[in-house]
Design a protein around this ligand. Structure first.
Ligand code: ACO
Length: 401
């Protein structure tokens, strides 16, 4: 009888680290987080400064290339992204195969995964040019895919991209314009949308990004890898949290009921958690949540919306932060705590919230995927396990069982 555990002891060093809380899986130069201090930087630039002074196209360039673009680099990058915004017409038909009531994330996983069947000329990962074309295609087509998923679910015709609009404006027009009306993009909303994209652009080795890297480590094509990332993002403990926050605020319903929900979140026998609170890395205020909170006020003021949910969210934040349980466990609001309120004010249905996250995170995924492919130390990802099953035993014939 072989004791498999002894086999592990005979090989090299083995760490058992569920959830990879302290295992580094790669080197990266893209994003730096100091969770204790609440710092997030892309290529050395703070997220606060990027959200205030930059725009999403510039942040995409920065993540992909390592430096902010100069004037002509920015112009060329934007031209390339704009050039790739259309979807192959056969892909438009692909949407029509889904049920109308499909979750848009389900559509997105399927359509992005299928991109490799339409864009064969950018699946050779050994060619740097094809890698860059695939990256641009993914960034460019994601708003079109997201908008189509929405249009399909509400029974409206697909709206084609308009290349005289910027990235955020174009996404808003593809989502909200209808043939019967002239749609004019509100610049305040377009700027807020752009900022939401910046805040979600990358966040180093989170679950979905690690999924992209793991899928890519086997040499899978980039479209398949990003589809894997979208699937991982979907869960409520990750990108699905913004949808869950809004549902939770609606369930709480009134300020008076907040203490009851805080008590539930503290009760270990109750599976309920305060959605939008806590983070694997941040043990301080998530810097993105602070920017999102300001944006939220700006958008509601612009739209003249007085949303009691915002008031409820602020009161919940205040009460939770003053509660010793949350202070002791260092549970602070994360980026998703306020994003749902802005998106709701902008008229997005809750089912689209995680889709918008995926749209924005695509640049982070492709930047991390490219970095991995270009790393000379790159290996296929193959975690170890601690086997706790049977040791070797003899097969029992069916008649004897
Ligand atoms: N409400 C109440 N208690 C919480 C919460 C919460 N939101 N989050 C964590 N805790 C408690 C846990 O019960 C645990 O308590 P214990 O030590 O007594 O067992 C402790 O804090 C640590 O929590 P873990 O789950 O071990 O922390 P982990 O780092 O694994 O999880 C996570 C982080 C998944 C984000 C968690 O805080 C959570 O579920 N939050 C709510 C969902 C959410 O907002 N997700 C969005 C994350 S941000 C993003 O993806 C963009």
């Amino acid at each position: 009888v072989i004791d498999v555990r002894k086999l592990y002891a005979q090989t090299d060093c083995f760490t058992y680290d569920p959830g990879f809380t302290s295992t580094g899986s790669c080197e990266s130069k893209i994003t730096y987080i100091d969770g204790e201090e609440g710092i997030l930087m892309h290529r050395g630039y703070s997220i606060e400064e990027l959200a205030e002074k930059s725009d999403f196209m510039e942040v995409c360039y920065l993540l992909l290339h390592g430096e902010l673009p100069n004037g002509s680099e920015k112009e060329n990058f934007e031209r390339s992204i704009t050039y790739h915004t259309m979807l192959h017409e056969q892909m438009m038909n692909f949407f029509r195969g889904f049920r109308r009531d499909s979750h848009p994330m389900a559509i997105m996983v399927g359509v992005v995964g299928a991109m490799s069947a339409f864009y064969h000329d950018s699946t050779d990962i050994s060619d740097p040019h094809q890698r860059m074309v695939a990256s641009h295609r993914l960034i460019a087509k994601m708003p079109t895919i997201a908008a189509n998923a929405y249009k399909y679910s509400v029974g409206q015709p697909f709206v084609y991209p308009r290349n005289n609009l910027n990235y955020a404006e174009n996404f808003l027009q593809m989502t909200f314009s209808v043939p019967a009306e002239d749609y004019v993009v509100n610049p305040v909303l377009a700027r807020a949308m752009d900022r939401i994209f910046i805040l979600h652009a990358d966040h180093e080795q989170n679950a979905s990004t690690s999924t992209v890297r793991i899928a890519g480590s086997s040499g899978a094509n980039p479209f398949a890898c990003i589809a894997a990332g979208i699937a991982s993002l979907w869960g409520p403990a990750h990108g699905g949290a913004n949808e869950a926050v809004l549902k939770m605020l609606q369930e709480i319903g009134h300020k008076d009921r907040i203490p009851e929900f805080i008590e539930r979140a503290k009760n270990k026998d109750d599976p309920f958690r305060l959605m939008g609170f806590g983070h694997r890395v941040y043990k301080n205020y998530d810097p993105r949540a602070a920017v999102m909170r300001t944006s939220c006020h700006e958008v509601l003021a612009e739209l003249g919306v007085e949303d009691p949910l915002l008031e409820l969210a602020m009161e919940l934040e205040k009460l939770a932060l003053s509660d010793p349980y949350f202070a002791e466990k260092k549970l602070f609001p994360n980026v998703d705590f306020y994003s749902g309120i802005i998106l709701k004010a902008m008229n997005f249905p809750t089912s689209m919230f995680t889709v918008l996250f995926a749209l924005a995170r695509t640049v982070g995924w492709v930047a991390q995927w490219k970095e991995m492919i270009e790393d000379p130390n790159q290996k296929i990802s193959r975690p170890r396990q601690l086997y706790t099953g049977h040791t070797a035993r003899s097969y029992t014939e069916l008649k004897d069982r």
